[in-house]
Design a protein. Structure first.
Length: 136
């Protein structure tokens, strides 16, 4: 049985120079390489303001996805960049809190007006990447 899994990534830039990496879909074994590649590029391109990882629309994460977030944190620290995440939902939020990653990532809730598109997180994408793969 084929079940399609995907990760869509959009990178935007806020007026203060921070980049926002929005993850949509699933961050797992099949999509981790793409997720890591985009996060590394965003961290490398970011100034000292760093990046924010928007988890609002990430609906699934496994150990591979957690490893991506940990490696992104390490990469940001090596370059003296700020890296924070916000808005995990449901199971993603629970997993991040149980593993202690929520605290390490400085997880914060975004105000309701930001989620409705009234903030810089909803800026025009710098680029959007999509990946689809088949899960057995």
């Amino acid at each position: 049985m084929d079940v399609s899994v995907s990760l869509e990534v959009a990178v935007t830039e806020q007026p203060d120079g921070r980049r926002v990496v929005s993850l949509t879909g699933e961050l797992d074994l099949a999509t981790a390489p793409k997720g890591m590649a985009v996060l590394v590029l965003a961290i490398d391109a970011a100034g000292p303001e760093g990046i924010i990882i928007d988890l609002t629309n990430l609906r699934f994460i496994d150990a591979n996805g957690l490893r991506v977030l940990l490696r992104a944190m390490e990469h940001a620290e090596e370059l003296h960049r700020s890296l924070r995440a916000h808005n995990p939902r449901g199971d993603v939020d629970m997993i991040l809190r149980l593993t202690g990653l929520a605290q390490a990532l400085g997880i914060s809730e975004v105000p309701a007006d930001a989620r409705s598109g009234d903030c810089a997180v909803a800026a025009e994408p710098v680029f959007v990447a999509e990946q689809a793969s088949a899960r057995p």
